[in-house]
Design a protein around this ligand. Structure first.
Ligand SMILES: [Fe+2]
Length: 310
């Protein structure tokens, strides 16, 4: 797989100031109020004004220009228009109108988290002191991990991502949702069947379950109405999760302990256990809310795409 990294997103939102305030609250840093950095991922969000919320662009990383040539060949085979100029490949997925930019960048290197000592029956590595998990600590998420994108042409978008850009399938339910990876994360981009294109959620890696809990709790202390879904654990990807709604209407997930895939054969033969549709959302936790399937602002999105030229 030529790809190795999901780098950043360009988000178009109706109210960039409110969105910027939210990203600052969640711990991202910014010098100018439009570019937002995470500690591990560098610049991960670029904000701009748009009449309705829309994922405008996704940046991906490869190792070198031979990888760009490989992706260019794949896109040509699909008949997908694209350019390669000054070491950057640009293309647009035609059904979501998302621009993808691919360029050679360094691979992601993360400082390892310090694991908390967890007491359990018959095993007590922590005695005579409180758990470090009860203290907030550093609370910005480590990096952008994945996005989920709704598309009205599920099979075509899936083909563009796999056959064109070179993503791999980790789990999928035909015509419903496909979890795709461009790194060792179980998924970096998932595509879900939707009436119109929209960013269903974007997700941030945390150190551990306490980090997820402290971060979500801090944001809910400001506005409890942000809560959308959680706390729980996904079956697909195995990650702990907690979802909030950002000012634009997109869901933001904080997660930890996602499955990692480094050996494709091992994943397919022993890691990827059979899973039913009832497990798509959840291993345990509160039931998936309806707005996770049909967002509350679907009328705004529908009108936006109609006016903008779908
Ligand atoms: Fe997610």
């Amino acid at each position: 797989m030529p790809l190795h990294r999901l780098r950043s997103l360009d988000l178009g939102v109706a109210d960039p100031l409110a969105q910027a305030a939210f990203h600052t609250e969640m711990g991202l840093t910014s010098g100018d109020g439009s570019l937002f950095d995470s500690p591990d991922g560098g610049t991960q969000i670029r904000l701009s004004q748009h009449p309705f919320r829309r994922l405008l662009r996704v940046d991906l990383g490869v190792d070198d220009e031979s990888d760009l040539a490989d992706i260019s060949r794949r896109l040509s085979d699909l008949g997908a228009p694209h350019t390669v100029e000054s070491g950057v490949l640009r293309c647009v997925e035609p059904h979501t109108r998302i621009e993808f930019r691919v360029e050679p960048v360094a691979r992601l290197v993360q400082t390892p988290s310090t694991a908390h000592p967890y007491n359990a029956p018959g095993h007590s590595p922590r005695v005579d002191r409180r758990s470090p998990g009860v203290f907030p600590g550093a609370r910005s998420p480590r990096r952008l991990g994945h996005i989920v994108v709704a598309t009205p042409s599920w099979r075509a978008t899936r083909s563009f991502m796999l056959d064109g850009l070179g993503f791999k399938v980790s789990d999928e339910f035909t015509d419903i949702i496909a979890f795709l990876r461009c790194s060792s994360d179980h998924h970096n981009v998932a595509i879900v069947n939707g009436e119109v294109p929209y960013l269903q959620h974007y997700s941030w890696e945390c150190d551990d379950v306490d980090h997820v809990g402290h971060l979500a709790t801090k944001l809910l202390a400001v506005d409890a109405e942000r809560h959308t879904w959680g706390f729980g654990r996904h079956f697909i990807g195995s990650n702990f999760m907690w979802y909030l709604r950002d000012p634009s209407g997109s869901f933001v997930e904080f997660y930890s302990d996602m499955d990692r895939i480094e050996d494709d054969v091992a994943w397919e033969t022993t890691g990827r256990t059979a899973v039913g549709l009832e497990n798509v959302g959840l291993a345990w936790g509160p039931s998936m809310p309806m707005e996770f399937i049909v967002p509350k602002d679907i009328d705004v999105l529908r009108a936006g795409w109609a006016a903008w030229g779908s």
